[in-house]
Design a protein around this ligand. Structure first.
Ligand SMILES: Cc1cc2nc3c(=O)[nH]c(=O)nc-3n(C[C@H](O)[C@H](O)[C@H](O)COP(=O)(O)OP(=O)(O)OC[C@H]3O[C@@H](n4cnc5c(N)ncnc54)[C@H](O)[C@@H]3O)c2cc1C
Length: 444
C-alpha cells in the first residue's frame, strides 16, 4: 500500500526547543530486517517498543518516525497524563460508570508503566511527576460542571478536593478563578523531555530508532511486511502501526477518524520581578471546567519560568493547517492569557504552535489486528499521553499473544463509527466546536 499523506506539524514544537539540541538523527538507509517494526515514535509507538522489549527479550525492534522525536504531537501537547475519565465530548468529562472504572484502571496502569520507564532510564522528575491537576472554573457554569464532575468522582469512590477562589489565587496568582477541583492521580509531563528520554532509554543493540524516516509504502509478501522510506526499507514479520490519525493515510479506518487540531502558546521566560508580581506557586496545571475552555500551565524548569496556554479545536480532515490559522488562534490565546494574568501585561508569547488529535465519533480507539500481523494502536481521542501509552502496550501484548488488562480493555471497545460524508462532517464538527467554545464563556 502507498501511504497517501505524511505528517505536517504546524509551528515550532516549543517544549522541544527548550531542550538542548539532540544528537544528529540516523535516518534509515539501506535494506534491513527486524523481528518487529514499530511505525511512529509518539506515546503509543514508544510504549509498544518498550513492552515488546520486556515480553520478547532477544527480539530485534526497529522504530521509524517521519520527524524527530519530540517534534510531533507527542512533544506538542499540554502534558496532562490524566488517570480519570476525561471525555472531551461530554459536558463534565464523565461517562458511563462501569466504563469509567475500567478506563481509570487502564490509565493508571499506563501512568505506572511510564513512571517505571522514567525510573529505569534515569530520567529526572521534570519529564514526569505524579503531582495531580486542577479542573479550574471561572464562571458559575464552570462551577456547576465541577460540582457535577465531583459528584461523579464521589460515586466512583475517587479522591478529590474542592478549592475556593482564595485557594485558587494562592496557587495561580490570578483572581480569575472562582474555584477548582483537584484530583491527585494525574502525572504532569514535560512532553518532549519525556518522549526523548524514553527514546534514548530504549535504544540498544536490539532496538534501533530511525528519525526523519517517513514510511511511504507498506507491503506484505510471504508473511513478511516491508516498510519503505525514501532511503531504505525494513522487513519485519510483525508491525505495530502507532501513527494516530495517520492510520487513515495507510488506508485503515477510512472515514472513521476525525482529524482535529488544537493549539498552544508559550510565553518567554518570566523575569524575577515578573514572577514576584505574579505570586502563586512555581508549578501547577489547570484543565478547564468546560472541556472546550482554556488549559493553563505554569512551568519552572529547563526553559525557565513560563506560562503555557492551550485552547481552540478545529476539524481539518486534510490533516494540515496553515500559518494564518496559528496566528488567528494566537489572538484567542492572548485574550485568555491577559484575562487571567493582567499583571503580566507586556509578556509576549515566544512560541505558538498546533498539533493533530485523532477523535472518533463514539470516543473509541482505532485498535487491533487490522491485517495479518499488523496491529494498530491509533486514535487516542485527544488524550494520547495516557491512552496512547496503554494502546501501545495493548498492541504489543496482542501481537505477542498475551491476554492482559490492556488487551481486554482495548478489545472491549466498539470500532470507530463511520463519519457523515464531507462537507457535512466538516460543517457539523466545526459548527459544534465553535458553538461549544462560545458557550464555554469565561472558561475560554
Ligand atoms: C496543543 C496540544 C495539547 C494537548 N494536550 C494533551 C494533554 O494535556 N494530555 C493528553 O493526554 N493529550 C494531549 N494532547 C494530545 C496528544 O498529544 C496526542 O493524543 C498524542 O500525541 C497521541 O499519541 P500517539 O503516540 O498515538 O500519536 P503521535 O504522538 O501523533 O505520534 C505518532 C507519530 O507517528 C509519526 N508518523 C505519522 N505518519 C508516519 C509515517 N508515514 N511514517 C513514519 N512516522 C509517521 C508522526 O510523526 C508521530 O511522531 C494534546 C495535543 C496538542 C496538539
Amino acid at each position: 500500500m502507498r501511504v497517501t499523506g505524511l505528517p505536517r506539524d504546524p509551528g515550532p514544537a516549543a517544549w522541544n526547543r527548550l531542550l538542548p539540541a539532540p544528537p544528529p538523527p540516523t535516518p534509515l538507509s539501506g535494506d534491513r530486517k527486524s523481528d518487529w517494526l514499530v511505525i511512529g515514535a509518539g506515546f503509543a509507538g514508544l510504549a509498544a517498543a518498550r513492552r515488546l522489549s520486556q515480553i520478547r527479550e532477544g527480539d530485534t525492534i526497529a522504530i521509524l518516525d517521519a520527524v524527530r522525536v519530540g517534534d510531533g504531537p507527542a512533544g506538542r501537547n499540554s502534558g496532562f497524563m490524566i488517570d480519570l475519565p476525561h471525555d472531551l465530548s461530554s459536558d463534565n468529562y464523565g461517562g458511563d460508570q462501569q466504563q469509567d472504572q475500567a478506563q481509570i484502571e487502564a490509565k493508571r496502569a499506563a501512568i505506572a508503566f511510564a513512571r517505571d520507564a522514567a525510573q529505569e532510564y534515569g530520567l529526572p522528575s521534570e519529564p514526569i511527576t505524579l503531582s495531580g491537576k486542577i479542573n479550574a472554573a471561572a464562571s458559575s457554569r464552570g462551577m456547576r460542571h465541577n460540582a457535577d464532575y465531583a459528584a461523579h468522582l464521589a460515586s466512583l469512590g475517587e479522591a478529590h478536593a474542592m478549592y475556593d477562589a482564595a485557594q485558587m489565587q494562592a496557587i495561580t496568582g490570578s483572581d480569575y478563578y472562582q474555584g477548582g477541583l483537584f484530583t491527585p492521580g494525574a502525572a504532569m509531563i514535560q512532553p518532549a523531555m519525556f518522549v526523548r528520554g524514553m527514546a534514548q532509554g530504549l535504544q540498544s543493540n536490539r532496538i534501533t530508532l530511525h528519525e526523519n524516516s517517513p514510511v511511504t509504502g507498506l507491503t506484505r509478501s510471504q508473511g513478511v511486511w516491508t516498510a519503505s522510506t525514501p532511503a531504505g526499507s525494513v522487513a519485519a514479520p510483525n508491525v505495530v502501526l502507532a501513527v494516530n490519525g495517520h492510520a487513515e493515510s495507510f488506508g485503515f479506518f477510512r472515514r472513521r477518524l476525525m482529524h482535529v487540531f488544537t493549539y498552544a502558546s508559550m510565553t518567554r521566560a518570566l523575569s524575577g520581578d515578573e514572577i514576584a508580581a505574579l505570586g502563586g506557586i512555581a508549578v501547577w496545571g489547570a484543565t478547564p471546567a468546560d472541556p472546550l475552555g482554556t488549559t493553563v500551565r505554569r512551568i519552572s524548569g529547563i526553559g525557565g519560568d513560563r506560562i503555557v496556554i492551550r485552547n481552540r479545536f478545529t476539524y481539518d480532515p486534510g490533516m494540515t493547517v496553515n500559518e494564518r490559522r496559528i496566528a488567528s488562534v494566537g489572538r484567542d490565546h492572548d485574550k485568555a492569557f491577559q484575562a487571567r494574568f493582567p499583571v503580566l501585561k507586556g509578556v509576549a508569547m515566544e512560541y505558538r504552535w498546533g498539533g493533530r488529535l485523532c477523535l472518533s465519533r463514539n470516543n473509541v480507539p482505532a485498535f487491533g489486528e487490522v491485517e495479518d500481523s499488523l496491529f494498530a494502536a491509533c486514535c487516542q481521542n485527544g488524550l494520547g499521553t495516557a491512552k496512547g501509552t496503554f494502546a501501545g502496550i495493548a498492541a504489543a501484548d496482542l501481537a505477542a499473544g498475551e491476554d492482559t488488562l490492556f488487551t481486554r480493555h482495548q478489545l472491549a471497545a466498539a470500532p470507530p463509527a463511520r463519519l457523515p460524508p464531507e462537507p457535512l462532517a466538516w460543517i457539523g464538527a466545526n459548527a459544534r466546536m465553535r458553538w461549544g467554545e462560545r458557550a464555554a464563556g469565561k472558561e475560554m
